[in-house]
Design a protein around this ligand. Sequence first.
Ligand code: AMP
Length: 147
Amino acid sequence: MKSIGELLAAKDRGPVITTPPDTTVFEAVTCMVKNNIGAILICDGEEIRGIMTERDYLRFVTDQGRTARNTPVSDLMTAKIVFVTPEAQLSDVGALMTECRIRHVPVMDQGKLVGIVSIGDVVKQISRDRKARIRHLEEYISDTYPR
Ligand code: AMP
C-alpha cells in the first residue's frame, strides 16, 4: 500500500468527527474523549475552519483565567490547515508530519473533506508494508535458493 487513499479505504472508520466554531472547548473535548480521538476538525458547514488537538487543549489548560465551558473552540484551533490529497504517498505524509510537527492530517479530495489520518495510522501501515515486503523477499530467496 502506498497512498493515503488506499489507507483510508482499508481503514475501519465512520464519518470524520467535526464540530462548529462556536462549540465550547468543554464540549469539543468531551466529544474527543467520547470518540477516542486526538484531534477534532472545526467546520462551518462544509468548510473547514481549523483543527484542535490534545496539544492545543494542554496549552489552554495552562492559560490562566479562561474556562473550558466559556471559551469557544475557535479561540484554540489552528486555522491554517496542513492537508493532503488521497494520492499522497504514505512516506511523504509521514515526512510532512515530522517536518510540520503535527500528528493529524485531513485528507481533501477536490476541496471536499474525505478523511483524517493520524501519525499512528501512517506508522502502522508503513510497518505492515515493510513486514509484507520482508516476507515476500524471504519466500523469493528460499524458492530461488532451496536448501
Ligand atoms: P498534534 O501534534 O497533531 O497534536 O498538533 C500539534 C499542533 O499542530 C497543534 O497546535 C495543532 O492545532 C496543530 N495541528 C495539528 N494538525 C494540524 C494540521 N493538519 N494542520 C495545521 N495544524 C495542525
